[in-house]
Design a protein around this ligand. Structure first.
Ligand SMILES: [Zn+2]
Length: 72
């Protein structure tokens, strides 16, 4: 006797896209964001991670540098 176990592998890999993150600055949906934690400008109590797209991240970094230079 041959039992043919016809197991229908319903490998339905749900094609759910990774959590779509939104840039906290421009609101652009991005797949990869840079987590920026600013604890110099914000109170510690509300120091939360900001998600910025590469563009905004760069901008912020430049702004930060400007500020640092000015504060010098
Ligand atoms: Zn952005």
């Amino acid at each position: 006797m041959v039992e043919s176990t016809n197991t229908t592998q319903s490998n339905s890999s749900v094609n759910v896209p990774d959590k779509v993150l939104h840039c906290d600055t421009c609101g652009k949906p991005v797949t990869s964001v840079a987590r920026v934690v600013i604890d110099q400008e914000y109170d510690r109590s509300m120091s939360r991670a900001l998600y910025n797209c590469p563009e905004c991240f760069k901008k912020k970094e430049e702004e930060r540098h400007h500020r640092l230079n000015q504060a010098g």
